[in-house]
Design a binder for this molecule. Sequence first.
Ligand code: MN
Length: 718
Amino acid sequence: MDYAATILSKLPGANKRDHGLRRLVETLQSYLPEEQVAFITAAYEFGAEAHAGQSRKTGEPYITHPVAVAQELAEMHLDAQAITAAILHDTVEDTSASLDDIADRFGSEVAIIVDGVSKLDQIQFRSRAEAQAESFRKMMLAMIEDIRVILVKLADRLHNMQTLGAMPIEKKKRIARETLDIYAPIANRLGINRLKIQLEDLGFKHLYPFRYRVLETALKKSQGSQKQIVRKISEEFSKAMADEGIKGTVSGRQKHLYSIYNKMAQKKRLLSDVVDVYGFRVICDDVNSCYQVLGIVHGLYKPMPGRFKDYIAIPRINGYQSLHTTLFGPKGLPLEVQIRTRDMDRLAESGVASHWIYKADEKSDASPQRRTREWLSNLEELHQSGTSEEFLESVKVDLFPDKIYVFTPKGDIMPLPKGSTTVDFAYAVHTDVGDRCVAAKVNRGLVPLRSELQNSQTVEIVTAKGAKPNPNWLTFVRTAKARTAIRQHMKNLRASESVDLGKRLLDRSLKDLGSSLRKVGKIRMAAALEELGLNNNTELFEQVGLGERLAPLTARFLSGVSEDGEDEENTASLIIAGTEGMVVSYGKCCYPIPGDDVMGYLTAGRGVVIHRNQCGNLSNFRKQPEKWISVNWQKDIDRDFACQIQTDTRNKPGVLAEVAATIGDCGSNIEQVEVLGRHDDCSVLSFLLQVKDRVHLARIMRSVRNMKNVIRVSRDCA
Ligand code: MN
């Protein structure tokens, strides 16, 4: 019974035009069970309705395009999900159908493939450089989670190429170039020869129409005259195989125009040399027969030296397996013969797609990624000889990438590690751009600098003169380049600050000894520097400032006072103004503020850290009294310092907001709030505030303490 006709007769208005559905249904019936064919025709109905009223540039109804795409994949015997997705691939982009509709009707797997194809359609190839094409291919492969997305996309491109005739010539050339640069290489990389050959020939045809026509005509002419000979030799091969009891089929092989063109262009061969070659393919049942057939054809005609290739023992990098040989045929005409098994032939045609070919006994629990991995591991087994590890590694990295690809505003592609932020992008463009970046735009919208980038976004960095890297960036940047550049900048900054501090510390210590830098003098200084292995006094000051060398000891050394001289009272204190930058920092254990009694502790590499005298951590440091320096606050410091307070509050709605408002009213910013504990009727909150000094803090605490729902306020001191 004509099942296709039955299905067609049920479709509204489809009896007039079948949009290629009849052929598709017949192809599907040859390898899929009926219920899956019905599933696909349901998708056709859905798609035909969604695309109703739209037409192609060729004037045909739009639905003919997705059906043709499905046909291509059906001829490769792909599974029902892939065919369904092919039929629906343009519905989300071009019609009112939504991804949810598709997921509801046809399942999430189909929806994921359709979504993937739509996303690939959104990215645009903007520049033509070869390196750019390579990145673009990688970006496309990086974006897909299911390899069937790329299969649908390649078939989509193929049909668009087949119907390119209706386009203006400039557009034709652009699309043809893109096909040769991007899509054919992807098909090649994934071993899908069937699609690769068609994409290449069509790309060639539209990019170089004249060269294509010349070649095509020459080839047709020679094929006409070759026909007789090809048939005669095929029969000869078949008979010789039958005599030896070997099963197999022999066929004349069609030439692929683009490969002929490439051979001529690259190897500088004459047209006649390339065209006047007879091609044969022998398909056998098993590997043994392949080698037997090789023996047979070598017995019939003399093999050309150096032309035999055993791609069965050593497969090509994309998994292609076959025996290749060239023979001196009748009148010395070269005969090219390929010999392989049915399985090898299928793999040669379909590559990675062979894992999506429908098999009746299939257990389909494997995830898309796993099937792709299976293909890769098959390749790996083939390649245990280790000849092409690099290729496998690169395919693997492309299919399961740890990279993302984003665009610069000019359309260049920038590869970055997964998880990279706009700051990583800025440093990847140039260190200067990174150092001076103040804002970032993703797809033209402003985003926070710490935003993680996604595949195919366009990123623009806003820079400002005199802007500096922020040490905070170190908490989110992903790339080594950004990290190193920010650290380097911090180091330079700290170096100049530490020279200042070191000079002050040393001068103060010298004063304790009744000396001064001036009194030490140039000659003594030079001798001391040489003894310490330093080049100049800047280096010495820096080391002292960073706490790598202790000021009192260095002062004794410089002034020539012996180590065990009388213990001087440290009378002079280091005056802290709060403007010392990174070489003076404030303990996060006790948050000292102006007015507190404080001590300074020299930490190698970090300079002086200020602690409150009653800080609980001080006991840890007491073991090294030589690292302590007495410090005092400068008068009238005008900047904010971090400080922590704790409050016990009643559990009433809005209490936190009230406390926060009161703190704000006192002219302080809250940096952080933490709930330390919560009981039945009471909560303990910890606030990190910005305050000027002790007086300011006291005023804040008094205001908070006077609040109705506040039970207790205290200053933290761990
Ligand atoms: Mn399409």
